[in-house]
Design a protein around this ligand. Structure first.
Ligand SMILES: [Zn+2]
Length: 354
């Protein structure tokens, strides 16, 4: 193994700007562990953290990276490890950090904690050979998954699960429009919709991505083009009714269409705004169609254990799994960021620690 290194944001800049530097990994305090990372996965949050968000000052310098998997290298004194996790064992990381003591945390809504943050955004993350995390954020790796698969799993599947199950309250037989079916969160959503007994209509940017969505279990796939044509296609596919749920994370470019294709009494759930965060819409559509709009950010840490239980029921043929588009060496983390920003791939961008 090479000497410990990490990528660091000293000042905000474009994708690919975090610089590599050597560091001395600290010892974990009580309740925390130190992992020797074997793989990390990138998310849009890596780019937002690098570029900076107006109005959301971050504690710089900072190491980005929310998702990771590795080996428990050191355990803080008196620390209790979660079930299935042991010193020296392989683990994946739940990326949400919370106080653990406030009313929201005590009832399990850790993502509503006043001090909630995400690893690699609120504190030093996984774009490094080593990372410190609370022991409560560790989970065993499901089945015979590789470190790359384990790293690519938590953030997007937790986000999609929270949106579909808890925000949209998806019922079997319902139809879900999934924007960006080739993205990490979109590819997770398509699989979860099917696992939950729903029907996904995925929207993608190319024919090649459409084929991948079919393989993941989408009921229909629409190659994005003119929004009016897309809305007409959705109406045709749903017998003019529209979809029960819109899985939004694209924002300004799609918001108007999301409202127009949502059925009466339908739900729009959003966790992102990659094409723009400000948009105007006709309030009459909202109230006349009695649409519910819900924002969503991450999800309960507990629900990663729910997902793990579902996976462990059928380890040889899991109902869902992360889709990995490309694996870089961790040394190439800046290049991986630029690749994610270009957005031409299908699924997760991962870095392996050589
Ligand atoms: Zn709390």
């Amino acid at each position: 193994m090479t000497a410990p290194f990490r990528f660091r944001i000293h000042q905000h800049g474009p994708a690919g700007s975090p610089a590599r530097e050597a560091f001395e990994p600290a010892d974990p305090k009580p309740g925390w562990v130190r992992l020797e990372l074997r793989a990390m996965a990138l998310n849009r949050l890596d780019l937002w953290t690098t570029e900076g968000l107006p109005g959301y000052p971050l504690p710089l310098p900072l190491t980005p990276g929310c998702d990771g998997a590795g080996v428990v290298e050191a355990v803080g004194g008196g620390t209790v490890l979660p079930p299935g996790v042991e010193a020296g064992g392989s683990v994946m990381i739940a990326p949400g950090l919370s106080c653990g003591a406030c009313p929201a945390c005590l009832r399990g809504d850790d993502m509503l904690c006043g001090s909630y943050g995400v690893l690699g955004h609120a504190s030093d993350g996984t774009a490094a050979t080593h990372v410190l995390v609370p022991a409560a954020n560790l989970l065993p790796i499901p089945g015979n998954w590789s470190f790359e698969q384990a790293a690519a799993f938590p953030l997007v599947f937790l986000t999609a699960w929270e949106m579909l199950v808890h925000k949209a309250a998806l019922r079997p037989g319902e139809t879900v429009l999934v924007w960006g079916g080739g993205s990490g969160v979109g590819s997770a959503a398509i699989q979860l919709v099917k696992a939950l007994g729903g029907f996904a209509i995925a929207v993608v940017g190319s024919e090649a991505k459409a084929i991948r969505c079919w393989e993941l279990g989408a009921e229909h796939v629409i190659v994005r083009g003119d929004m009016k044509a897309l809305a007409a296609k959705v109406r045709e596919l749903t017998g003019k009714r529209g979809v029960d749920v819109v899985f939004e994370h694209t924002g300004a470019a799609t918001w108007g269409t999301s409202l127009s294709v949502c059925a009466r009494g339908g739900r729009i759930v959003t966790c992102g705004a990659t094409t723009g965060r400000e948009t105007a819409f006709d309030l009459r559509t909202l109230f006349a169609k009695q649409i519910q709009i819900r924002g969503s950010y991450m999800g309960r840490r507990e629900h990663l254990w729910t997902l793990l239980a579902l996976l462990q029921r059928n380890p040889t043929n899991p109902p869902f799994r992360p889709v990995i588009e490309r694996v870089f060496d961790l040394l190439e983390y800046p290049e991986a960021q630029r690749h994610l920003e270009a957005g031409n791939g299908f699924g997760k961008v991962v870095c392996r620690v050589a």
